[in-house]
Design a binder for this molecule. Structure first.
Ligand code: GLA
Length: 434
């Protein structure tokens, strides 16, 4: 009796307690959606040789046009983001950062106005250290001035990189000072950090502090256009989930880096895996691809409303890997309304499609299908799988390196059981609750 009472109190405390304090700038209630130039366009500054693909105002104007006219905006993609290599090699006479005059002849304010006129927001890039990763002027010693400059231009998001810090022990202070500087401008500026990524080389980052000052934070290496890059990010995330998942919630999110769908390196199945798992991980959906010329299948996946709804779910809980069985991985994310999103990845890279049996034994969340659940498959194709019973077995077919993404809705929502699941889910004990 006493044990039961204690358990009830613990549950109430854990379930009702909000996630650690988030950066209080009213932004990132759900992960940001938009486009970021780095993975696809990198530091291409040669506008003579490649006028359409160099880092210039034209590139962002054209992406903004595409985002506004090809359904991206309606799907929720909002930020058009500049990465490294936009500035002049030196600051102006007043010490301000300035855009390269040849590549940005109109200047940043005009570019921000253009992006805003399309109903979108502009993101920019800077670095906490003395130089950016590509060697352009860094913000070290200029946090207040740079924040003010970005606000004056009408910038809406800052990606703040972590290269070239004189001493790594200054990283936390630098990131915190820029957060305060942005707040002091009075303009709402989304703050995307790489603070933990650079600290991991020396120490385990303090995620409570990071969440308090950043809206997104990169933890792990840069994404590139390859399946091994996507799996590397997933493996790292699963290995560190006990530490990083509790840090995510409305106001601040783990950032596993850009979506590379629509480029060259991922098969369609692998693109589905990236999209599904970025939804499970409550990741920012920042595409890095060429929206002026994108494969229709990639476009449809990126604009899939059911996947986006999982990513943007208002409950704001990041999912986690809950099982590894027979070269399949199961990842689950609790959703609002007592629903669950379930991703089943086929990690076997040989052979053909394989069947994953959904049973009590194989799928941790199946315990909630008591007496039954309604199951909808979202990927690889939309399919109502109907009512499934606790003791029934249904097979889902998954291609090599592909993912089946399901939404599972328990027919009777036992609120106590659901709360319990959320609680145990947080501590990665979802398997042991019944
Ligand atoms: C780092 C970041 C990348 C990108 C480059 C730009 O590597 O992690 O996302 O911004 O710098 O130089």
């Amino acid at each position: 009796m006493a044990a039961l009472a204690l358990e009830t109190v613990m549950l109430a405390v854990c379930v009702l307690a909000p996630a650690a304090r988030a950066l209080d700038n009213g932004l990132a209630l759900t992960p940001a959606m938009g486009w970021l130039h780095w993975e696809r366009f990198m530091c291409n500054t040669d506008c003579n040789a490649e006028p359409d693909n160099c880092i210039s105002e034209n590139l962002y104007m054209q992406m903004a046009d595409a985002m506004a006219k090809d359904g991206w905006k309606e799907a929720g993609y909002e930020y058009v983001c500049i990465d490294d290599c936009w500035p002049s090699a030196s600051r102006d006479a007043q010490g301000r950062l300035q855009a390269d005059p040849k590549r940005f002849p109109g200047g940043m304010k005009k570019l921000a106005d253009y992006v805003h006129s399309r109903g979108l927001k502009l993101g920019i890039y800077a670095d906490v250290g003395t130089k950016t990763c590509a060697g352009y002027p860094g913000s070290f010693g200029y946090y207040d001035l740079d924040a003010k400059t970005f606000a004056d231009w009408g910038v809406d998001l800052l990606k703040f990189d972590g290269c070239n810090m004189p001493k790594w022990t200054l990283l936390a202070e630098g990131y915190i000072n820029m957060s305060k500087a942005l707040n002091n401008t009075g303009r709402s500026i989304f703050y995307s950090c790489e603070w933990p990524l650079y600290e991991w080389q020396y120490t385990q980052p303090n995620y409570t502090a990071i969440r308090q000052y950043c809206n997104h934070w990169r933890n792990y290496a840069d994404v590139y256009d390859a399946w091994t890059s996507v799996t590397g990010i997933l493996d790292w995330t699963a290995e560190h989930q006990d530490l990083i998942v509790p840090a995510a919630g409305p106001g601040g999110w783990n950032d596993p880096d850009m979506l590379v769908l629509g480029n060259f390196g991922l098969s369609l199945d692998q693109q589905m895996t990236q999209m599904a798992l970025w939804a499970i991980m409550a990741a920012p959906l920042l595409m890095s691809n060429d929206l002026r010329n994108i494969d229709p299948k990639s476009k449809a996946l990126l604009q899939n409303r059911d996947v986006i709804a999982i990513n943007q779910d208002p409950l704001g809980k990041q999912g986690r890997r809950t099982a590894k069985v027979n070269n399949f991985e199961v990842w689950e994310r609790p959703l609002s309304g007592g629903k669950l999103a379930v991703a089943i990845i086929n990690r076997q890279e040989i052979g053909g499609p394989r069947f994953f049996p959904i049973t009590l034994a194989m799928l941790p969340s199946w315990k909630f299908c008591n007496p039954e659940c309604n199951v909808t498959q979202i990927l690889p194709s939309y399919q109502e799988m109907g009512i499934q019973k606790l003791l029934s077995t249904t097979n889902v077919q998954v291609n090599p390196t592909g993912t089946a993404l399901l939404v599972v809705t328990p027919s009777t929502l036992d609120p106590r059981l659901h709360e319990k699941w959320l609680y145990f889910h947080r501590d990665n004990k979802a398997n042991s609750i019944l």
